[in-house]
Every structure is written in C-alpha cells, then in structure tokens.
Ligand binder design. Structure first.
Ligand code: NI
Ligand code: MN
Length: 226
C-alpha cells in the first residue's frame, strides 16, 4: 500500500486504486507547508474527531474532490448543514463494507468538540482490513486497554499512531500500544507540529528499535510503501 504523509495527522492511503484521505488539515498546518490543497486527491475522507487539526479542510477538499466523508454521525450532520451530501455516518462497532475495505470504528480516549463549538460526539480510531493489507489509525488517543481487542479482529500490517504526547500518547506509550495491537510496523504522527508536541525523534525511533520494531517517520509531502 502507498502511504502519503501531509504532516501532523493528515495522510492518504491508496487501496485498490482508491485514495483514502485521513483528517484533512492543510490550512494552518505548519508541517503541511508548501502542500497545495487544490492538488489533494481523495475518493474517501475519514475523520476521527471534531478538533480543528483534524477537520480544518474536510469541507473544501470534500467539495472539490467529491469524496465520500466517513465520520461520527454528529460530524456528518455538521458537514451536511454546511452543504455536503456525500456522507457516511459510522460509530463504534461495525464493521462496514466499503468495497475496497472493511472498516471498523474503535475507541479513542480523547475529546471531540467541533471548531464552532458544536458537539462532535466520541472520538474514533479506524481499523481497515482489505485484500491489499490491514492497518489501524488510532486517531488522537491515549494508550487504552481497548487496543488489545484489535488482534481478535485482524492481523495488522502497519499502524498509524500519535507519538507527540501532551494531547495523545507519547512515543513510549505508542510502543506499548504496538504490543497491544501486535504490530511491528508503526508510522508516527501528531508530533512536532506545535511546541506542545515537540519530541526527540531519535529517542522515539530507539524505543521501537529496542523492541525489534520499526517506527517510520516520513517527511511531510513524501510517499512510502508500507
Ligand atoms: Ni484532537
Ligand atoms: Mn489532534
């Protein structure tokens, strides 16, 4: 699978020729500098929760691309009130068959108010299973025992985990999370965008290497094969 990182917690994965964009945050994203929002492609947009650093560009990118937006019902309703119609509400449980993949929305320990103060419901993580591979995007979350459920559902090829601390897990907790979810390949996100989530990336990488695992930290704007 191809993974393209846009900085912070914004990335895209291509599965069966479909581009799945996650938590679109380009405008005001210091690490997405130089990335042209108008060039962003998406067939699907998955949103984990309502915070501005995850929904900032959902509306313009969805309008421009015609992508189907998948998010909690309350976020879907919020987007619908702003004129968006290609929407799919999802909540904890599932799984939902989207054709290119089965997607399960899972627990994330966080909060989820929308930028204008609207209620954004419970934050979510997503587990994708597909013919081309399986992965977990945790969204913004602390370490939680619920992650131990994932191996009951799927064998993960990789996981996208927040490592910045302060608002989410730090790298040390993400390394424990990688044990909970039984996954050896982790892509770190949600770090170094702002002062409060500045981290030592060498230390973070070593935490995983010491467990015989890989922490990938692609540069914003780059694409890697996972
Ligand atoms: Ni958040
Ligand atoms: Mn966030």
């Amino acid at each position: 699978m191809q993974f393209t990182y846009y900085g912070h917690a914004t990335f895209a994965v291509i599965i069966q020729g479909k581009t799945i964009l996650f938590d679109p945050f380009f405008t005001g994203n210091p690490s997405a500098n130089g990335i042209d929002v108008d060039s962003i492609k998406a067939d699907y947009i998955f949103i984990t929760h309502g915070h501005g650093d995850h929904v900032a560009d959902a509306l313009p990118v969805a309008k421009k691309t015609g992508a189907l937006v998948v998010a909690a019902p309350e976020i879907v309703n919020w987007l619908n009130k702003q004129g968006l119609e290609k929407l799919h509400p999802i909540n904890h449980g599932g799984p939902v068959d989207f054709g290119f993949a089965n997607v399960r929305a899972v627990n994330a320990i966080h909060s989820s108010g929308l930028p204008d103060g609207s209620y954004g419901a419970n934050p979510l993580g997503f587990v994708f299973t597909s013919k081309e591979g399986n992965f977990y995007y945790a969204g913004d979350t602390s370490l939680t025992m619920d992650m131990q459920l994932l191996p009951y559902w799927t064998k993960l090829d990789f996981a996208v985990l927040p490592i910045g601390g302060n608002y989410t897990m730090d790298a040390a907790d993400a390394a424990i999370a990688s044990d909970f979810i039984q996954c050896n390949k982790v892509i770190g996100v949600h770090y170094n965008t702002f002062d409060l989530i500045k981290i030592d990336t060498h230390k973070a990488t070593k935490l995983f290497a010491d467990k015989g695992k890989t922490l990938l930290l692609p540069k914003p704007g780059t694409t890697i094969n996972v």
